[in-house]
Design a binder for this molecule. Sequence first.
Ligand code: THU
Length: 132
Amino acid sequence: MNRKELIDHAFQAMKNSYAPYSQFHVGAAVACRDGKVFYGANIENASYGATNCAERSAMFSAYSNGVRKEDIEAIAIVADGETIATPCGICRQVMAELLAMDTPVYMSNGKENLDLTVKDLLPYAFTQEDLQ
Ligand code: THU
């Protein structure tokens, strides 16, 4: 799946954002090598810390359906703000766990685009290898 298609899927996912507190709507989509796509949106909570970001929702959805990192081609993250929403620190750590470090991460706000990898976003990550 190409970058633009995956970004379009993420914008579709953004429509399901539940953000009554921030009004900041985020969508994400995980593309698998077999063509499947898993969606995620940010889901907020009155207890703010219980909020789940869009990219974590998408990765958890993929994993919940049996997908594993070797099956994943790329992830896209989009938001409707003025700037490109880059993943928060918790999401970067989850990406380092659930995606390969060279997985492309496509970001967009519909006007500007930014393409990085998981490793670009979280160099020197603490991972499973450090626990051996
Ligand atoms: N948010 C995401 O879903 N992903 C990001 O990359 C940045 C932040 C959400 C969390 C919260 O619902 C809202 O955006 C404001 O922080």
